[in-house]
Design a protein around this ligand. Structure first.
Ligand code: NAP
Length: 281
């Protein structure tokens, strides 16, 4: 069984991105800039944003974090986004989620100009992805996609089952696999027989949020299994896949932690660089 080492693949990607940033600097005499807006002081968001800033600096991007207290008015955030939309030194804008209740998440997402939407959440980017056009793609499914391609470069005709249909993970993952000519089944909480669906799959991507939902006897021999889930349990962090059981049948499997997680931030950096490159065209 191949243990898909997300830490290693993410480190390789960051190294490639570092070189790309250096080349862009030589060519354009400037580097891509990422601005993250962080509202409130929730511990997980603080940690994510610190890691994003650290990784951005490592690859040579210009990065900035703008912090607001959780009492900030929605209007202030929307005005700041407009200002960043018009700042030619900024290639990517990210507003760290979740937001305080009084701020309309969708309004925030739609205020970010699609060309700087490094999270790929703007309806224009969602539409472009589903139409098969160039777009920013949400970072976590993009990371999953890159890992799957490392194991199996030619996905044409493969049967893929995506477990979970969130806008963040399941839906964009489905689009990426479709683009690669997979036959994709997207499943969710009302799916009648999830085990039977999974047993058909050459590739399973589980993004559910239920500890160890996907069992060993749900997985076809030699399937590729990507575990997006991060669940805190009494036994520590576990994914949506029963790792010990599935590792006995799968061809390749991501661990939790150390699988999908590290790829997410690396893909944010990739998206920032891609936004910069598109803006120079
Ligand atoms: P979400 O928005 O809560 O969506 C969960 C999806 O799972 C929904 O579509 C839901 O179906 C489906 N579901 C729930 N119970 C199910 C069941 N018994 N059988 C089949 N499908 C079921 O979750 P998310 O934001 O996509 O996150 C999923 C997991 O990934 C979480 O553990 C989260 O922490 C993790 N995550 C990891 C990363 C990373 O970087 N590694 C990033 C983001 C999220 P319905 O639509 O029918 O409700």
């Amino acid at each position: 069984m191949i243990l898909i080492d997300g830490k290693k693949i993410a480190a390789e990607l960051r190294e490639e991105l570092k070189q790309e940033v250096a080349e862009l600097k030589t060519k354009y005499n400037k580097v891509p800039g990422l601005t993250v807006i962080l509202i409130g002081d929730m511990a997980p968001s603080q940690i994510y944003v610190r890691n994003k800033e650290k990784s951005a600096n490592e690859v040579g991007l210009k990065s900035e974090v703008i912090r607001y207290p959780d009492t900030v008015e929605e209007k202030t955030i929307l005005e700041k986004i407009e200002e960043l939309n018009n700042d030619e030194n900024i290639s990517g804008i990210l507003v760290q989620l979740p937001l305080p209740k009084h701020i309309d998440k969708q309004k925030v997402i739609e205020t970010i100009i699609p060309s700087k939407d490094v999270d790929g959440f703007h309806p224009m980017n969602v539409g472009n992805l589903s139409s098969g056009y160039e777009s920013s793609v949400p970072c976590t499914p993009l990371g999953c996609y890159l890992m799957i391609k490392k194991i199996e470069p030619n996905l044409s005709g493969k049967k893929a089952v995506v477990v979970g249909r969130s806008n963040l993970n399941g839906k964009p993952m489905t689009q990426l696999l479709l683009k690669e000519n997979c036959t994709v089944t997207i499943t969710h909480s009302r799916t009648k027989d999830l085990k039977a669906e999974c047993l058909e799959a050459d590739i399973i991507v589980a993004a559910v949020g239920i500890p160890e939902l996907v069992k060993g006897d749900w997985v076809k021999k030699d399937a590729i299994v990507i575990d997006v889930g991060i669940n805190k349990t009494e036994n520590g962090l576990v994914g949506d896949v029963a790792f010990d059981e599935v590792s006995k049948v799968a061809k390749a499997l991501t661990p939790v932690p150390g699988g999908v997680g590290p790829m997410t931030i690396a893909c944010l950096l990739k998206n920032t660089i891609d936004c910069f490159k598109r803006s120079q065209k």
